[in-house]
Design a protein around this ligand. Structure first.
Ligand SMILES: [Zn+2]
Ligand SMILES: [Zn+2]
Length: 198
């Protein structure tokens, strides 16, 4: 497969030919249809604090079609269209079983979307409804980040709010046409902000 591969800090990614991935037990192979470029990906390519190594494949906002299954996979099947939640975790500790993989001791941000194929644990695959495209599936993660922020904000219906943020997650938070705060009738937004958000 072809993949955009990390070459080291402050160096551009390079397109390389790599072996197609083989799924391990509990994993699936996803043929990547769309993958977002996150601000975190840019930071990972510039800051050693992220611990990335040459040969790594970035891209954690992706969706595609399941094309192969590892042993024991039961929740998804070949042909399923899925969005991949980029939080790899153990899957059986109390926080994982409570649906909070972000707090698992073994939580790790999964990349792999800057390639034709990526592996993922079946637990990280969210089936897309017929009404959602693969492109829609690739923005599930940033939209979820925005929704989480709005939920934490304590906004109540009718509250005025101001969002100082750029990019996809920022514009999805309060003011965009699909903004979560608007969708949940949580905020009144001034015309100026509305105009800037278009
Ligand atoms: Zn991201
Ligand atoms: Zn866990």
């Amino acid at each position: 497969m072809r993949a955009a591969v990390f070459q080291g800090l402050h160096r551009p990614l390079a397109i390389e030919s790599l072996p197609d991935p083989t799924p391990r037990k509990g994993e699936v192979v996803v043929q990547v249809g769309r993958c977002g470029i996150c601000g975190s990906d840019l930071h990972m390519s510039e800051d050693s604090a992220f611990g990335k190594h040459p040969g790594d494949i970035f891209g954690h906002e992706f969706a595609g079609e399941v094309i192969a299954l590892g042993k024991g996979v039961e929740r998804v099947a070949p042909g399923d269209r899925v969005s991949v939640v980029p939080l790899a975790s153990c899957g059986h500790c109390p926080t994982c079983l409570a649906g909070e993989p972000a707090w698992c001791d073994r939580m790790a941000l999964q990349g792999g979307g800057y390639a034709e194929y990526a592996t993922s644990h079946e637990n990280q695959c969210v089936l897309l409804p017929k009404t959602a495209s693969i492109a829609d599936g690739a923005i599930v993660e940033p939209l979820a980040v925005a929704l989480h922020g709005v939920m934490l904000s304590g906004l109540a219906p009718g509250t005025g709010c101001w969002c100082w943020a750029r990019g996809r997650s920022g514009s999805a938070s309060p003011a965009g046409r699909a903004g979560w705060a608007r969708a949940r009738s949580w905020c009144r937004i001034s015309r100026a902000i509305r105009r800037n958000a278009r």
